[in-house]
Design a protein around this ligand. Structure first.
Ligand SMILES: [Zn+2]
Length: 232
């Protein structure tokens, strides 16, 4: 993945590619400072705002010197993924455009995979529209949600393929697993894609199942973004 030069110029990490495989780490493993900065990253991405060091410094009222090492730590923990010193992903959100677009409040934001996209409605108050496409045939897919409620899905037969971890290479989820967690227009096309990609295994999830998995996987992240994690 190459980065636009304006993003490179805002690089703040150490230049190495970092990021563990895990997506949903328990908050007990994070310090209050790490949680505060992670929340700032996620809230900015939810508003479609940049997450460069200066912006995060302003949001958190911390100095860039205080923010930078925490971002490195969060990358090591797998809470976000940085490349060449730039935040690429803060699970479930992507800082760069992906095929999974989420419209909220006049803003388009991006998720790393289909399951990540389905966690976003839990983080915001308003109705969101998740737009993607069938990985087999390219047909547009749309899911409209309000919190945990699915308001509409197009096509109605839409499913999510969730790849098994052990059928993917080792490495950061955004690079190794997310590319294979996608929407399909129906079980038929998910099955055909699987037949054409025999190295991959996993589950084909009906939309309500996928929503439930997204909610469960990102429960602590949803609480963090919404400010419901108590006094930590
Ligand atoms: Zn299709």
């Amino acid at each position: 993945m190459s980065l636009p030069s304006e993003l490179r110029s805002k690089a703040f990490l150490t230049g190495k590619i970092t990021g563990a495989e895990s997506v949903s780490m328990p908050h007990e493993d994070m310090t209050r400072l790490e949680l505060r900065i992670r929340r700032a990253v996620l809230r900015r991405l939810l508003r479609g705002q940049p997450v460069d060091l200066d912006s995060l410094s302003t949001s958190t009222r911390l100095s860039p010197e205080e923010v930078a090492p925490v971002l490195s730590k969060l990358s090591d923990l797998g809470a976000l993924h940085a490349m060449d010193g730039v935040i690429i992903a803060a699970y479930p959100l992507s800082a760069v455009p992906t095929r999974h677009r989420i419209r909220r409040d006049g803003t388009i934001i991006y998720a790393n995979c289909a399951l990540d996209a389905l966690a976003v409605p839990f983080m915001v108050e308003e109705i969101v529209s998740i737009e993607s496409d069938c990985t087999h045939c390219g047909q547009a897919t749309t899911v409209e949600m309000s919190g945990d409620r699915i308001l509409a899905a197009h096509p109605r037969s839409l499913v999510v393929f969730h790849v098994a971890r052990d059928s993917c290479e080792a490495g950061p989820a955004v690079l190794t697993r997310c590319p294979h967690i996608n929407f399909f227009c129906g079980t038929d096309h998910a099955g055909r894609w699987l037949a054409e990609n025999p190295g991959r295994s996993g589950d084909v999830l009906a939309l309500p199942q996928a929503v439930a998995q997204a909610c469960e996987r990102f429960a602590s992240t949803i609480s963090l973004v919404r400010g419901e994690e108590g006094q930590r």
